[in-house]
Design a protein around this ligand. Structure first.
Ligand code: HEM
Length: 377
């Protein structure tokens, strides 16, 4: 292909690929919050009780991680649908080969979900402090395992030569040179996302990230914004380092194809987006506050960067899978109707969500709101 993605593909295929990319970016937004947020909280818990109580970011994460996990899971459903339309054979083969090892993400996800509620419960606040770091570290390990599983499954999809070998050996693990660097790139990429998401949450909940920091707000000598800048900066450096390592594991042919017309322009956009974010956090770290224009610039760089990451990731996959070969089935799928059914269920679901929000608002205006919920202090 000589055109930048998603151009150069047959119309129906390009349509579904664009939908896959758009929905995958939404999955990334929430999945990053969960992955980096669980890690931030676990590290914070390890620093001790007093520092936890003083850190507003940990308080926000404790409250919001269960909900964000629900969003990450829900936002995973749409790309899961499109990935099967586009790469059904490869995706299903990798799932089947990894078998129980792959399915293990479900119980792990369920346990992590419940542990997130446990760690904000009044029950755990009545236990010794040591339980809180233990639970946070367990949650963090669980989400890391899920991320590892997605990466392993993705890489196995692309390595068709390994399929017979894995089938014959009956092994449930797929090891490759790219696995750890790729996982590390995903892990570190989650931190700049978390920093921006927390900056917005802080702004909306009155943490005051745009004002001159008060000395009393410092934890380990760092103001709230400096802690975010450190989180984002470390994430960017780690991600770029891991991405370069992963790049070095790709064959010269794959590298040339991805850096060529297929995704070369997207790589350049990605570089620009990383530079914008790095510059914003550098300025914020020096000033100790994050002004409105800086937050908007960082957010724009972040969103554009996530889109570019998704497209470059797809370009690497397209060097291993010939999407045009299944163009006829994509065109057939596009001709199948169903819009009225979709709209009926969209309205029903919207009504159910509005009803839930109404119920929650009613509850928070009742005496229940005085119920003590421990925030980790
Ligand atoms: C909350 C825990 C989760 C974490 C930490 C997580 C993490 C990840 C990561 C790191 C990737 C990228 C893998 C790679 O390219 O190497 C990924 C991809 C993906 N995830 Fe999630 N995920 C989570 C939950 C889910 C759930 C519950 C679903 C489905 C409902 C889902 C659907 C997807 C899909 C469809 C992809 C793209 C797969 C592909 O294109 O090959 N994720 N996830």
């Amino acid at each position: 292909m000589n055109a930048a993605l998603p151009f150069g593909l047959p119309g129906a295929t390009a349509f579904y690929l664009a939908l896959y990319l758009a929905t995958f970016v939404v999955h990334m937004v929430f999945m990053h919050y969960v992955l980096a947020g669980a890690t931030y909280l676990a590290c914070g818990r390890l620093l001790g009780k007093a520092r936890c109580a003083a850190c507003e970011w940990q308080g926000i994460l404790l409250d919001w991680l269960p909900f964000a996990t629900g969003l990450a899971i829900t936002a995973g459903v749409a790309p899961l649908l499109f990935v099967q339309m586009l790469y059904g054979r490869e995706f299903a083969t990798a799932n089947l080969l990894l078998s129980h090892r792959w399915m293990a993400i479900l119980p792990v996800l369920i346990v992590c979900f419940y542990l997130l509620y446990l760690q904000k419960s009044a029950w755990i606040s009545r236990r010794q402090w040591v339980w809180r770091p233990l639970v946070s570290v367990a949650v963090c390990a669980g989400f890391l395992f899920i991320a590892l599983s997605w990466t392993e499954n993705h890489l196995l999809m692309l390595d068709q030569a390994a399929w017979p070998r894995l089938y014959e050996s009956g092994g449930l693990r797929y090891e490759s040179a790219g696995l750890l660097p790729r996982l590390a790139a995903w892990f570190f990429l989650a931190f700049p996302s978390l920093a921006i998401e927390l900056a917005w949450q802080g702004r909306l909940t009155g943490v005051g990230t745009h004002a001159v920091p008060q000395p009393t707000a410092a934890v380990a000598g760092l103001s709230p914004v400096r802690r975010l800048a450190l989180t984002a900066g470390a994430g960017l450096v780690g991600c770029v380092t891991a991405a370069v390592l992963y790049w070095s594991t790709l064959s010269a042919a794959v590298r040339a194809a991805v850096a060529g017309p297929l995704a070369g322009p997207w790589l350049a956009i990605l570089g620009g987006a990383v530079a914008v974010q790095a510059a914003v956090w550098f300025i914020a770290a020096i000033r100790g506050r994050l002004s409105w224009p800086l937050l908007v610039a960082a957010t724009a760089g972040w969103i554009v960067g996530l889109v570019a990451v998704a497209v470059v990731r797809e370009a690497i996959r397209l060097t291993a899978v010939d999407l045009a070969a299944s163009a006829a089935s994509h065109a057939a799928a596009l001709r199948i109707g169903g819009l009225p059914v979709f709209l009926v269920f969209a309205v029903l679901n919207a009504a159910a969500i509005i009803w839930c929000i109404y119920l929650v608002r009613m509850t928070t205006h009742s005496p229940m709101k005085d119920k003590v919920i421990d925030r980790g202090g």
